[in-house]
Design a protein around this ligand. Structure first.
Ligand SMILES: [Zn+2]
Length: 137
């Protein structure tokens, strides 16, 4: 029967780094990421008071783990993908079909347009002549 449950004071001593500060200040407890400045020295606390301190610290630690868990879950969540605009564009030949965004024409439709413009240009269509020039045809 030598296994005794540790007292709250023992818990505090075990889990916290106790550094007695200079002067009349209380102990400083460093528990994980938390740092507590006690209003009194740990040695002067009653077991009941130690119990309260343990509860506060454990609650803080518990809250911290919850926050961490939430943070890691949030980081695991897929980041909002950057919106990549893929705009299909109308084939420039005027067929009203959609060409791939990086292309101006559906395959072969540039030739269709070219021959149509040339025909129109031969008939004296100024617009067609201008478009041929603009396209470098
Ligand atoms: Zn087309």
């Amino acid at each position: 029967m030598s296994e005794e449950t540790p007292t709250s004071r023992e818990k505090l001593m075990k889990h916290c780094t106790v550094t007695k500060e200079q002067g009349r200040r209380g102990d400083v407890l460093i528990y994980g990421k938390h740092k507590y400045r006690m209003s009194r020295n740990l040695a002067n606390l009653t077991e009941e008071e130690c119990d309260k301190v343990v509860k506060v610290i454990e609650l803080d630690a518990y809250i911290a783990t919850l926050k961490e868990r939430k943070a890691t879950q949030a980081s695991k969540r897929k980041p909002k993908a950057d919106v990549i605009k893929i705009e299909a564009r109308l084939c420039e030949c005027g067929c009203k079909a959609m060409a791939k965004p990086e292309r101006m024409f559906l395959p072969g439709h540039d030739a269709k347009l070219k021959s149509r413009l040339r025909k129109a240009a031969e008939d004296g269509d100024a617009k067609a002549i201008a478009e041929l020039k603009a396209r470098g045809w």
